[in-house]
Write a protein that binds this ligand. Structure first.
Ligand code: NDP
Length: 494
């Protein structure tokens, strides 16, 4: 029998990797974990956690305005970004320490350096040390990508947003997915003048049409200038002569296809040098397909993320990668090399932290506890932290319509708190129900705190409850979510 240094070597200290390392160790395995950047990964260091803290920060002006409407003598004052940013990073440092302590407590050996695969059972660390393991788990996540055109490196990506020295006065956000819409609302809430370019006709592709429409309307009402069917054709430093893109006419001006990413370290906490260059850089001049030329303090590319599989040694040892560079795995997260598993964003399945955590636990059960456990990807609730939030679970009305035989229960109203404050904001609640069985196929909420609501109604949808079973629950009055159990007649059927 071969003697390995470890039973499990995890590469990547994000939510998925840390959970797998901890649970495998608890199951009796000898475990090591390597992380090249900061422990906690995208979610904790440059994603969900700092984002949510920024969402809180950006919500106060509205709350203070509401407070005045409710009789408080409250002043809005100004927002001190450097002070908030300092406190934000104190909190991220604290959380990083929590992650390190968890691994230490459960006896996981930590290597604070990059690791790559040099064999089906072998890992090479950045300092040249080689380690062997019976199983290797790749949980290195993904990184934001810029579109492939000249000078795209002048734009920021989401990682950079948490490191800005100062808030921009005007910014352009390219892309209308989760990240683009969330940053648009956060920045607008903090007083930044935000313009958005969408290459398509609407924000939040793939979400329920009516909900997308309402969120877009509410975003516009906050002053966010959304341009549909619009992309950048040229960009340059605003102080460049004639605003001509550098390298025009050369290969560089054509951009480099697919994997173009001028900052290979974007998937990390950020290279201090390149971050500083972009953050302190001069305003950016942009020419767009709508003929408009404009100058912004910053351009943010929120144009999607890609799996961080480059230079990991994966293909060299026979691990199959997909079209986007994702590791191809089976339902047990096993790659085409039997000793190599992968979980989280690096597999390009569902790019959400709780999903990576579930994949980690299923991996531990399968490999170290003798219970083959596939991950259940059916009916995953999620939320977009726009203002108002959008919570969603199950089929959209459009997806359900393709199947046919549905009832749609929908209500839209001005919530009591906002109505009293004289706000025009509307809330929308929608249940998509199978006409014959009355099983709820999908639930969609646009409302303040929709993320909290969808977590709970998601239980009913996941459990396959019917509309009648939902209605059998007595309403909690007065709340917005009581509408979910009091919609008596379908708004339409399909
Ligand atoms: P998304 O795929 O959600 O959105 C990407 C956006 O960029 C889309 O609007 C897309 O347009 C647009 N786009 C893509 N390429 C180009 C291009 N070349 N030029 C112009 N526009 C372009 O990616 P995100 O980066 O927003 O988020 C990545 C993932 O991270 C999400 O899918 C989600 O799983 C996860 N996430 C989850 C969050 C949450 O749970 N709250 C928060 C943040 C991220 P089009 O629609 O036309 O394709």
């Amino acid at each position: 029998m071969t003697d390995f240094d470890y039973d499990l070597f995890v590469i990547g200290g994000g939510s998925g990797g840390v959970r797998a390392a901890r649970t495998a160790s608890q199951a009796g395995a000898r475990v090591a974990l390597a992380e090249e950047s900061r422990m906690g990964g995208t979610c904790v260091i440059r994603g969900c956690v700092p984002k949510k803290l920024m969402v809180f920060a950006s919500g106060f002006p509205e709350q203070i305005e509401d407070a005045r409407a409710y009789g408080w003598d409250a002043g809005i004052g100004s927002f001190d970004w450097p002070s908030f940013r300092k406190q934000l990073h104190v909190e991220l440092d604290r959380l990083e320490q929590v992650y390190c302590s968890v691994l230490d407590k459960f006896g996981v050996e930590r290597f604070d350096q990059r690791a790559r695969l040099t064999g089906p059972h072998e890992i090479e660390l950045a300092d040249g040390t080689r380690k062997s393991a019976k199983h290797i788990l790749v949980a290195v996540g993904g990184h934001p990508v810029r579109p492939p055109f000249a000078n795209a490196e002048l734009g920021l990506v989401s990682n950079d947003m948490f490191l800005l020295e100062e808030l921009p006065r005007r910014m352009l956000i390219v892309g209308g997915g989760y990240i683009g819409c969330e940053f648009a609302c956060m920045m607008a809430g903090m007083g930044v003048d935000v313009t958005m370019y969408l290459r398509g006709g609407q924000i939040l592709n793939g979400f329920d049409e009516e909900c997308r429409g309402l969120v877009a309307e509410m975003m516009r009402a906050q002053g966010i200038d959304i341009h549909t069917g619009t992309t950048i054709v040229e960009m340059d430093r605003a102080d460049a002569e004639d605003h001509m893109p550098r390298g025009a006419g050369s290969d560089a001006a054509m951009g480099t296809p697919a994997e173009f990413n001028p900052h290979p370290d974007d998937h990390l906490g950020g290279n201090p040098k390149s971050d500083t260059a972009r953050q302190a850089g001069c305003p950016v001049w942009v020419k767009s397909t709508n003929g408009r030329e404009d100058t912004f303090d910053h351009v943010l590319f929120a144009t999607g993320r890609a799996p961080s599989t480059k230079d990991m040694g994966l293909e060299e040892i026979g691990v199959e990668l997909g079209r986007r560079g994702e590791i191809v795995v089976d339902e047990y997260s096993q790659s085409t090399v039997p000793s190599v598993y992968a979980i989280g964003d690096v597999t390009g399945r569902v790019e959400l932290t709780p999903v990576a955590i579930r994949e980690a636990m299923a991996f531990t059960r399968t490999v170290f506890m003798g219970e083959k456990t596939p991950v259940d990807y059916d009916t995953i609730p999620s939320a977009v932290f726009t203002r108002p939030e959008l919570g969603t679970v199950g089929l959209t009305e459009e997806q359900a319509q393709e199947r046919g035989g549905i009832d749609v229960y929908c209500t839209s109203f001005r919530p009591m708190k906002q109505s009293f404050a004289g706000r025009s904001g509307r809330t929308l609640m929608k249940l998509v129900v199978d006409k014959e069985t009355q099983v709820i196929l999908g639930a969609h909420i646009v409302a303040p705190e929709a993320a909290e609501m969808i977590q709970l109604v998601g239980i009913a949808v996941k459990a396959g409850l019917t509309k009648q079973q939902l209605d059998a629950t007595c309403a909690v009055h007065p709340t917005s979510s009581e509408e979910l159990v009091t919609m008596s007649a379908p708004s339409r059927s399909g």
